[in-house]
Structure formats: structure tokens, C-alpha cells
Ligand binder design. Structure first.
Ligand code: GLN
Length: 487
């Protein structure tokens, strides 16, 4: 009997499943047991799908016995609660969708099901993915398993916390401005935001459609590659999905990064950054140099505009996307008003939380006649400049290295009352979505027992370069990935 199989990586568990040292039912029960044990403190999960998981595990064991298993077959996963799951509530951690049961599966769910996924539940998040701490969840706040008084990051905070705490072997998150990478950094797991268009968003509840991407949160880099193999690829149901063929992402994990040219953009070491974070990243940079990579400082001067550009474009798109919650089509519906307009107004008044309303107001303002050119059009122009700077830098460099966040995981409540300081948590991750390029956060050590994340960025569709560097670093810094929270 394998002890604590819920804490294994996907590839470790797969070996044991394949050689019959472990069954998927045993592995799934270990995760469900762990969920019962830690959920009262961690609160990462909105819906536990125990019955479904056990059924899928039995099914997976049959596939394994028949020798028809993929590397993900029988592996328990947790899905962020903004991805549609047929017959299973998909709340977006909002009152608006608290009882919404989608009639169809998102493409990523279909793909994972084809790979024999065992879904143990749906993960908590900031309402409609707006936030950096899960404190904007209308349901409850998730706690960081490394220090329960601190936030796990957000908006995919439930996904990251659950993977760190051993509740599932991997999770899916979504990332519009940092929502996979920042919580991955805060919880010491690996989180990849793929190139815009690499993974289908069909069935992902839209936040900001020109920025949203789905990606994996895993315990190590190999696992990230395995999940990418399953979820990436063209989908005719998502018009922004990219036609490029999907490589086997595990092939690039050679450990050899000699001669790779890595840029360190100085603008990402922002003022106000905690000095412990920059020292941890500088130490990680030394490790990369030790592996034979060539590091050099670079400049991306338009970085300073990224936060402002994001907080015009993302709310503008959100205000349009969220117009569909009118109490008529689906979700919460206020019915006691005397007119249709009153019902619609009250549906939105009671259904949306304060951050979502703030974004709708910001977006509506930026798009309104008279302000449109000054805000939205201007932001789109600056977006082009930011994108061009990345294009230019990637002529000379294979990848960029930055901190994932300027701070260590902060205390629950510390930034909740100050939206702007919360927005600043994402200064290092937002520019990546604006440019549409891929980026990943990997564990880069601990300061005072709190995780620090390092971000690796590459040009569009160069996920392999990122995974290669991340994997080489992970091997060299071995202890980082092997550490587990005490909870
Ligand atoms: N924290 C950022 C925001 O609030 C990014 C969120 C995300 O990536 N979904 O918009």
C-alpha cells in the first residue's frame, strides 16, 4: 500500500497505476480523505464531486487494466469553478451563478475526460476571476496551506491551494492578468499560462476575452507538460483558438539549457517590491547561470503602462461579457419587482459582488461615447507598443526571467479594502496577457517559510522553451519542489 498517494506527482502516480501498485480508486479515496481532513481550514473547494470521482476512478481502473491508459488516466483533478461541467454546478464563486448547472462540458473538460480524468471537485476563485486573493469569492475565502492566515493568491487560489495541500494531483486555472501564475507562486506550485489561443476557451465563463487563457497548476514541471499535452490544440468552437499543431511537451524536458539567452527585464523589479523576493529571484538567476544559460539585463520600457492598460481593457471587455446576466437567460433571477426593468436591475444589484460591480462601472465608463477614444482606443494603442517590445526582445532572447509577484503571500484582509494595492499584486503578470505570450510561474524557494515564484516568459507558442528552462531549474534546485506544507 502506497502511503499518502494524494501527494504524488502525476507521473509518479501514473507509474504506480500502470504497474498495479496503486489503483485509481485508492488514489481517489486518498484525495477525498485529504479533502475531508483539510477543507475546514483550507477551503479551496466549492463543490466536492465524490460520487462522480469514484465512478470515474472505477472506469479508469478498467482502462488501466486493459492497457488503454494515458498519463492522466485515473488521476484526480480539481477544476476552477469558471469552467463548465455538465451536470455539476459551475458558480464562478458568484451569487449570480450559485445554482447554475451547465448543460455541457467545456472543451478542456471533454479533453480531460477523453484522457480518463477523475474530477474530485470545483475550485474556489475570486468572483468571475476578478481578484488576486480569493477574498472576492462571494462564497468564502481560501487559505494558503503554507500559512493559513495568508491568502493563496487569486483568482485561481482554490486550484493552487488544493494542489499544494494534496487535495488533488493537479488543477486547471484560468489566467486573464496573472490568475494562474500569481497563486502558483504564492502556493509553491507550477502554473503555466499558455499562449493566447493555445488552449480552447469554449465553456470557460468569459471575463476579458482578448486576455483569458486556461492552463494547468501542478506539483512539478513534468506534470505541467503532461496536462498541456491533453488540453492544448485547435477547437472550431473557439474562434480565437490557434491552428498550430501541438508538440509532445515532455520531449523538451532534457535538462540542458546551455547557451540559452535569458533576459532579465529591469522594469519587473519594481519599486515597492519586497527585497526578500528580489534576493530569492537573484539566487534563482545564479542557478540558471550555473546551468550554462546566458543572462543579461534588458529593458521593456512600456511595462510601466501595463497596469493602466489592463485596467481599461479588462473591465471594458468584462462589462460587455457580463451584460448577459440579466436574470432572464440563466443564473440568479430577482422576480419580486413590479417591472421587467426593476427585476433586471435587482438581479444585478444582488447577484454581483462589489469588485464585479466596480469592474462593470470602470468598463462602461471607458467605453462610453465621449471617453472611448481617450481611454479604450488609447489603451489598445499602448497595448500594441507593449506587444512590439516583447517581439523585439525575443529576437535576441530565448526567454525572460522575472519575479512572479512583487511580494510574498499577504495576510487575509491586508489589501481587501484597497483595490489599487490589490491590483498592484499583478504588475509582473499583467503585461504577459496584454502581449498574449506564454509564461509560467515555478517555485523558486522560500523566505520565512513563505513561497516565492519565479516567472519565465517566452515568445508565442514557445511553451517548450519555458518548460525546458523550468524543468532544468527544478532539477538543479531539487529541494524546492519536494517541500510540502505541514498542514
Ligand atoms: N488579478 C487580476 C484581476 O483582478 C487578474 C485576474 C485574472 O487573471 N483572472 O483582474
Amino acid at each position: 500500500m502506497v502511503s499518502n498517494p494524494n501527494k504524488l506527482t502525476i507521473h509518479e502516480a501514473h507509474e504506480l497505476l500502470k504497474t498495479k501498485q496503486l489503483s485509481s480508486v485508492e488514489l481517489t479515496k486518498a484525495c477525498l480523505e485529504r479533502i475531508r481532513q483539510v477543507e475546514p481550514q483550507v477551503k479551496a473547494i466549492v463543490t466536492v464531486t465524490e460520487e462522480l470521482a469514484l465512478k470515474q476512478a472505477e472506469q479508469a481502473d478498467k482502462l488501466l487494466a486493459a492497457g488503454k491508459a494515458s498519463p492522466l488516466t485515473g488521476i484526480p483533478a480539481l477544476i476552477k469553478d469558471n469552467m463548465c461541467t455538465r451536470g455539476v454546478k459551475t458558480t464562478c464563486s458568484s451569487k449570480m451563478l450559485e445554482n447554475f448547472v451547465p448543460p455541457y462540458d467545456a472543451t478542456v473538460i471533454e479533453k480531460l475526460n477523453e484522457n480518463g480524468m477523475v474530477m474530485v471537485g470545483k475550485a474556489n476563485m475570486d468572483e468571475f476571476a476578478m481578484g488576486s486573493s480569493t477574498e472576492n469569492s462571494a462564497l468564502f475565502t481560501t487559505h494558503n496551506p503554507w500559512d493559513l492566515s495568508r491568502v493563496p493568491g487569486g483568482s485561481s487560489g482554490g486550484s493552487a491551494a488544493a494542489v499544494a495541500a494534496g487535495e488533488a494531483l493537479y488543477a486547471l486555472g484560468s489566467d486573464t492578468g496573472g490568475s494562474i501564475r500569481q497563486p502558483a507562486g504564492f502556493c509553491s506550485v507550477s502554473g503555466l499560462k499558455p499562449t493566447y489561443g493555445r488552449v480552447s476557451r469554449y465553456g470557460l465563463v468569459a471575463f476579458a476575452s482578448s486576455l483569458d487563457q486556461i492552463g494547468p497548476l501542478t506539483r512539478d514541471v513534468t506534470d505541467c507538460a503532461l496536462v498541456m499535452n491533453a488540453i492544448a490544440g485547435y477547437d472550431s468552437r473557439d474562434s480565437t483558438s490557434a491552428p498550430q499543431s501541438v508538440p509532445d511537451y515532455t520531449k523538451c524536458l532534457t535538462g540542458d539549457i546551455k547557451g540559452l539567452r535569458l533576459g532579465v527585464p529591469k522594469e519587473y523589479f519594481v519599486t515597492g517590491m519586497q527585497p526578500e523576493v528580489s534576493s530569492a529571484i537573484n539566487a534563482a538567476i545564479k542557478t540558471l547561470e550555473g546551468l550554462g544559460a546566458k543572462l543579461e539585463e534588458v529593458s521593456l520600457p512600456s511595462t510601466k503602462y501595463a497596469l493602466a492598460v489592463y485596467y481599461i481593457i479588462a473591465p471594458s471587455e468584462a462589462s460587455a461579457n457580463l451584460a448577459r446576466y440579466d436574470g432572464v437567460k440563466y443564473g440568479f433571477s430577482y422576480q419580486q419587482g413590479s417591472t421587467m426593468w426593476e427585476n433586471m436591475e435587482k438581479t444585478r444589484q444582488f447577484g454581483f459582488g462589489p469588485e464585479v460591480k466596480r469592474r462593470i462601472m470602470l468598463g462602461t465608463y471607458a467605453l462610453s461615447a465621449g471617453y472611448y477614444d481617450a481611454y479604450y482606443v488609447k489603451a489598445q494603442k499602448v497595448r500594441t507598443l507593449i506587444r512590439r517590445e516583447f517581439d523585439a526582445v525575443f529576437e535576441k532572447f530565448d526567454a525572460l526571467v522575472t519575479p512572479t509577484s512583487p511580494t510574498l503571500p499577504f495576510k487575509i484582509g491586508e489589501k481587501a479594502a484597497d483595490p489599487v494595492s490589490m491590483y498592484l499584486s499583478d504588475v509582473c503578470t499583467l503585461p504577459i496577457n496584454i502581449a498574449g505570450v506564454p509564461a509560467m510561474s515555478i517555485p523558486a524557494g522560500f523566505v520565512n517559510n513563505l513561497p516565492v515564484g519565479m516567472q519565465l516568459i517566452a515568445k508565442p507558442f514557445a511553451e517548450e522553451t519555458i518548460l525546458k528552462i523550468a524543468h532544468a531549474y527544478e532539477q538543479a534546485a531539487g529541494w524546492v519542489g519536494r517541500r510540502k506544507p505541514e498542514i
